[in-house]
Design a binder for this molecule. Structure first.
Ligand code: G1P
Length: 283
């Protein structure tokens, strides 16, 4: 299976940090966000990845490309551990790029992948969310796609106050944590949301989605919404992801995720706790 990572947005919620760089390149603790996403794809058995880029996205290409000068400097300086890390990034997967010419929404960005994908089911992984779980999120979706022979998307229960930020579904639970979806609404008002189950940025889609995107008219924000195209599929399942999703597209969540990941790092944990207790004491 191939994966598509849309990374063409302006990152307006992150300005000015994203004025001249892609939001997907913002580091979460010690790695750019998009590297976590590519690593999840690889852990899910995917090694052919298409990244849909826009302007200011050259740093994404450079990050996954070989850097001769850097490698040579690290080699001659005897910095073998970091040299291995730098080389591993290049060897992660086969990565191709296509550019979304105009910012016409997530549905339009996915449509840019049509030629590369051909007639097979494929994964979509949003470049600004990171997941952590016992089984990679995308792998959980692939398993449900294979079992039900239908598109599958990841879900998370969110507080009612946050439904306006997400695509929200209504469905019937057919087995533990798996929903047969009959309604999807992009960014509904809280009192109009059909539930509190939100679409969390991972999808496995059957190729008929491309025709459905063609039939989709601009929706919320005047953009071609992927959620609206998903509503047109004959059948789609939702998976309440067993694990955690970090939505990095929001600066406070981004900061919290960096802290949480630093706490997982044995070399940083103690110093961080000490520092945090000091600033909390003075707050
Ligand atoms: C997109 C999708 C939305 C989904 C969200 C997850 O919205 O359109 O359905 O719930 O990602 O992060 P965006 O965050 O791009 O506005």
């Amino acid at each position: 299976m191939k994966a598509v990572i849309p990374a063409a947005g302006f990152g307006t919620r992150f300005l000015p940090a994203t004025k001249a760089q892609a939001k997907e390149m913002l580091p979460v603790f010690d790695k750019p966000t998009i590297q976590y996403v590519v690593e999840e794809a690889v852990a899910s058995g995917i090694d052919d990845i298409l990244i849909v880029t826009g302007r200011n996205k050259r740093s994404i290409e450079d990050h996954f490309d070989k850097s001769f000068e850097l490698e040579q400097t690290l080699q001659s300086g005897g910095k073998y551990e970091i040299l291995k890390q730098v080389r591993d990034i290049t060897d992660l997967a086969d990565i191709c790029y296509v550019r979304q010419k105009e910012q016409n929404g997530l549905g339009d960005a996915i449509h840019c992948a049509k030629k590369h994908i051909g007639g097979e089911a494929f994964a979509v992984m949003l470049g600004d969310s990171i997941t952590k779980g016992p089984v990679p999120c995308t792998k959980q979706l692939i398993d449900v796609y294979e079992k039900y022979d239908s598109s599958a998307i990841s879900l998370e229960a969110v507080p009612k106050s946050k439904v306006e930020r997400y695509g929200i579904i209504k469905g019937t639970e057919v087995e533990e944590n798996i929903y047969n979806i009959d309604k999807l609404v992009e960014k509904p008002l809280a009192h109009q949301a059909p539930s509190n189950l939100a679409i969390m940025g991972r999808y496995v889609l059957t190729p008929d989605i491309f025709d459905k995107i063609d039939e989709t008219v601009p929706g919320v924000g005047g953009e071609i919404q992927l959620t609206d195209a998903l509503s047109k599929l004959d059948s789609i399942y939702g998976v309440l992801f067993e694990g955690q999703t970090y939505d990095i597209g929001n600066r406070l969540e981004w900061l919290k995720t960096s802290i949480e990941f630093a706490m997982d790092d044995p070399k940083s944990r103690d110093n961080l706790i000490k520092y945090m207790s000091e600033i909390i004491k003075d707050a």
